[in-house]
Design a protein. Structure first.
Length: 181
């Protein structure tokens, strides 16, 4: 199975940028088993921008998905819980609803992965597919930044529905025995 690193496309310079989110959403609660501590629905402000373009994915400070993308994921992973986040630009009177998916955090990087010297940044990820099990979308554990990995079939479903603002990077895969997959 093919997997990709899922990110926001930096070419979309008018994508929403969250402001004053710290203290409203505790990043450590964005995982199964702790998500009950997050509100079901909330409003977060974005930096005022009269030309804001609401992309289908926002990857910082945490993963937010449009309804279109969330619906695609639910087709393949119906058990995934999400929280509703309304992004608001009150100055320009614009808003959009997003979803904060509560994804599993998997320790599935093989020893063949390349990290920054301080081990806080992923340079090149190589997945150990035996550690992924049946998960189609998940976060890599062990990082302060959310690295989201998505399986090809789910990604294709999102793109067929016209998802915009998505950047993907192919990831290599190996099995625990070390053979390429």
């Amino acid at each position: 199975m093919n997997y990709f690193l899922l990110e926001s496309d930096p070419l979309y310079t008018d994508a929403p940028v969250l402001q004053n989110w710290s203290g409203k959403i505790e990043r450590s609660c964005i995982m199964p088993g702790k998500a009950y501590q997050l509100p079901t629905r909330m409003i977060l402000n974005i930096h005022p921008n009269p030309h804001v373009f609401f992309t289908d994915i926002i990857d910082f400070p945490f993963l937010l998905l449009s309804r279109n993308c969330m619906d695609s994921i639910k087709l393949y992973e119906p058990q995934i819980v999400s929280k509703q986040i309304i992004l608001l630009d009150s100055e320009n009177r614009k808003k959009q609803t997003y979803y904060l998916p509560i994804l599993p955090h998997l320790n599935c990087l093989s020893a063949n992965s390349f990290l920054s010297p301080d081990r806080t940044e992923l340079k090149e990820g190589v997945l150990d597919v035996d550690q992924i099990d049946r998960n189609g979308i998940f976060h890599l554990s062990g990082f302060s930044h959310f690295y989201t990995v998505i399986r090809l079939d789910i990604l294709e479903s999102m793109l067929k529905r016209g998802a915009k603002g998505i950047k993907v990077t192919p990831m290599k895969s190996v099995s625990s025995e070390g053979r390429n997959v």
